[in-house]
Design a protein around this ligand. Structure first.
Ligand code: NAD
Length: 400
């Protein structure tokens, strides 16, 4: 769904015509063609989209998505989500994103290195000035960020680097840690129950899904189902998440890891305390929302619930922790990595987790009180907070 419905938010928050114009228009939408010679007789050409949605609060922050399907519209939507996410948790960044139209799974390392060299050459001005700070997203990873660093020579020009190359211990687990913590708070706030013994189903067993599962299981939750693009598995007594993570590391998928099989649609309809969609966008739709029987939904993925589905969940009394709050652990860790690069300080994994929990916890409280004050959902409340923060920053900058 669109990341923020300004019509809806304007019922709670004064949005002037000028502010609305700026929020509805990205500051910059650039289309590049990355052309790379990868051998004597072969040239790789890929279209790339770079979008800065709003940088009133700081440099544009957002990952680089490599996918044969990524579009300018998707890149714009993701950049906008970064504006709201960074504003909501109050880290000093604006919203940005890069989409590169290429199939990442079949690229050789040589091709990737040359593609990212070319990307840096085209983006040199902004990366060198610190106007845009990229990070990994679907299809890109820490090694690609190390390649970007190698070309810019500034550790703070990119986050999500390997810990050995100026990266942050705990960055890999950061988003999952935040999602798990948001789920822990939501179980307590909405259902008055501890995480111990709570039943959880998680769609997606990649970075976000597998680490959310790991932390929740470590804290005593019963992770009864997980899935990936191939299939899902179920055990009413709780899955052994450590064993599954090991299996996934060896095989790259989980469908043959044992346990009862279930489809992704069945997983979304399980009667559990907490459902965590942590795979792709638009999986809880008007068609599937009626089947959701979880008591709460914690959005690990970006945009997993459509607008129509969101209304259905609200009518059914299912509480949703929105993506811009639940999965903000990644950008919080990115901020710590950026700060560490600027200051030359050393930060440990536990300190990173502590900061994520503290920021997600205090933001959850703020969102809960705005939701109560305005008698609205946590999604709308989070958007009121984020949009208000960006509008205030635009005033501070003299843009309004
Ligand atoms: P990933 O590629 O590591 O994992 C994605 C998982 O989803 C895989 O298990 C894959 O098999 C599964 N999947 C893909 N298509 C599916 C489908 N149609 N049905 C069911 N499962 C499917 O990606 P990730 O980094 O874990 O990101 C997942 C989501 O979280 C994305 O929406 C991403 O934008 C969002 N997110 C990621 C981070 C981060 O730090 N990695 C931060 C914030 C938000």
């Amino acid at each position: 769904m669109e990341s923020v419905n300004l019509d809806k938010i304007s019922k709670y928050l004064k949005i002037s015509d000028n502010a609305r114009f700026l929020l509805e228009h990205s500051e910059k939408r650039a289309i590049f063609t990355l052309t790379v010679r990868v051998s004597e007789d072969r040239i790789l050409a890929a279209e790339a989209y770079v979008v800065y949605h709003n940088t009133a609060r700081g440099p544009a922050k957002g990952g680089i998505r490599l996918s044969s399907h990524v579009t300018l519209e998707e890149t714009t939507d993701l950049a906008e989500r970064m504006t709201w996410k960074t504003a909501l948790v109050k880290v000093p960044f604006g919203g940005g994103k890069t989409g590169i139209v290429i199939e990442p799974t079949t690229m050789t390392l040589f091709e990737r290195i040359n593609l990212f060299h070319e990307y840096v050459h085209l983006m040199q001005g902004d990366l060198g000035a610190g106007a845009y700070v990229p990070a990994p997203d679907l299809g890109s990873g820490p090694q690609d960020m190390a390649i970007i660093y190698g070309e810019t020579h500034h550790l703070e020009s990119v986050t999500g680097k390997p810990p050995r190359v100026g990266g942050l211990p705990g960055r890999l687990e950061a988003t999952g840690r935040g999602v798990a913590h948001a789920a822990r708070i939501a179980l307590n706030t909405f259902l008055g129950m501890p995480v111990q013994g709570a039943t959880v189903a998680i769609q997606g067993f990649g970075n976000v899904g597998s680490w959310s599962a790991k932390f929740l299981a470590d804290w005593g939750a019963k992770v009864v189902a997980v899935s990936d693009v191939t299939a899902g598995i179920y055990d009413s007594k709780g899955l052994n998440v450590d064993r599954l993570k090991g299996f996934h590391l060896r095989h790259g998928e989980i469908k043959d890891a044992g346990g009862e099989r279930l489809t992704n649609a069945e997983l979304l309809g399980l009667e559990v305390d907490c459902l965590i969609p942590a795979a792709v966008e638009n999986v809880i739709t008007a068609e599937t929302a009626g089947n959701v029987r979880a008591s709460i939904v914690v959005e690990g993925a970006n945009g997993p619930t459509t607008a129509a589905a969101d209304d259905i969940l609200a009518e059914k009394g299912i509480k949703v922790v929105p993506d811009i709050l639940a999965n903000a652990g990644g950008v919080i860790a990115s901020y710590i990595e950026w700060r560490k690069a600027k200051s030359g300080s050393i930060t440990g994994r536990e300190e990173v987790f502590e900061s994520i929990e503290q920021l997600i916890g205090s933001t959850f409280e703020e969102v809960s009180s705005v939701a109560a004050e305005n008698r609205t959902t946590h999604r709308t409340a989070a958007q009121i907070c984020a949009v208000g923060e960006v509008i205030s920053a635009m005033h501070d900058r003299g843009w309004l």
